[in-house]
Design a protein around this ligand. Structure first.
Ligand code: SAH
Length: 309
């Protein structure tokens, strides 16, 4: 976990239940006698997020429909801090050992300071109903965001979250991407400048793959016939043609058309093998330098791939 992540310590669930009382309906007692939550229930993460976003970020309202992907706040926050490091030029410590461009070791032009990472503007690709990255970016660093999605319902929900929290509304612009295959096209305006882009890409290649993965997950939890996806998420938001590898390729290829408008391009990469695929694609772009920042902890290690021209 990033050293600036405020969730280093395990959650104090009884304290969080005082913020959102319904959480106590999902209390379980661990073998060593601690109070924890029943995470097999899809409602649990939603309520936990409500409590965290209310207590720690002062949100007056945050809710998403039952079917939508429900983000784990601490993990999402790690990506935000990684982007901040990148923008401040402090990311060398996180670099992987594989050979990368020398230029990526250096700070971006001039070497930005802490204060310079404020007031920046980023693009969140596929923000989802939860609007999670813009919320955390606005609250932790005072950034502004353009947030996109292909799913109209998700954007409607995201818009409601922003509306009920005026401090967000002034800093976040939502834009619908109408072309599922496009990433930056149509949503970055001519002459618009963005300091960074970020993305948690959809990872399945077909809707039925989503269902299969959900069923496997339930089987592992010993609940064969459970009707819901316990990680949440409507099939529509979790799949993309060609799965994550193709999404990454498309994003990298398209980024070249926006090289004069964007400082750093970044994306999460869920599997190590996909990083290779992405690096091959990056290799085809002349004059792009890139770096990889490892984030997460334990079984949830992920990487942020970042490149610039
Ligand atoms: N950012 C959220 C949601 C990630 S799921 C989170 O981290 O929890 C991926 C999202 O990408 C979904 O909401 C899906 O609808 C959206 N998406 C898929 N293809 C897209 C595209 N071409 N442009 C923008 N968003 C897209």
């Amino acid at each position: 976990m990033h050293h600036k992540n405020r969730y280093q310590a395990p959650h104090d669930f009884p304290a969080l239940a005082r913020v959102v009382p319904a959480l106590s309906n999902h209390f379980i007692t661990t073998p060593d006698g601690r109070t924890s939550l029943d995470f097999a229930h899809p409602e649990t993460v939603r309520l936990l997020n409500q409590a965290l976003l209310k207590r720690d970020y002062g949100l007056k309202h945050w809710d998403i429909p039952k079917g939508n992907l429900c983000p784990g706040v601490p993990g999402r926050l790690d990506y935000i801090h990684a982007v901040a490091d990148l923008l401040e030029g402090n990311f060398t410590a996180h670099k992987t050992n594989s050979p990368r461009s020398q230029d990526a070791d250096k700070a971006p032009s001039g070497g930005q300071s802490d204060s310079m990472a404020q007031g920046l503007i980023g693009l969140d690709i596929g923000t989802g109903a939860s609007l999670i990255y813009p919320i955390l970016g606005v609250k932790e660093y005072g950034w502004r965001f353009v947030a996109t999605d292909i799913d109209a319902t998700s954007l409607k929900v995201a818009g409601a979250i922003a509306k009920f929290n005026p401090e967000l509304a002034g800093k976040i612009i939502l834009r619908r991407q109408t072309d599922r295959q496009a990433i930056f096209k149509h949503v970055i305006l001519p002459h618009e400048h963005l300091d960074f882009t970020m993305c948690n890409p959809p990872f399945f290649s077909a809707p039925d793959e989503v269902e299969l993965a959900a069923r496997k997950k339930w089987a592992k939890l010993g609940k064969e016939n459970a009707p819901v996806l316990n990680f949440g998420g409507k099939p529509n938001e979790l799949w993309t043609p060609g799965g994550e590898p193709d999404f990454l390729r498309r994003m990298i290829r398209e980024s070249a058309d926006f090289k004069d408008q964007v400082g750093w391009f970044t994306t999460l990469v869920s599997k190590k093998g996909y990083l290779k695929i992405a690096e091959i694609e990056l290799g085809k772009l002349r004059s792009a330098t890139h770096t990889v920042i490892n984030i997460g902890q334990g079984g949830k290690r992920r990487r942020v791939l970042a490149w610039k021209f």
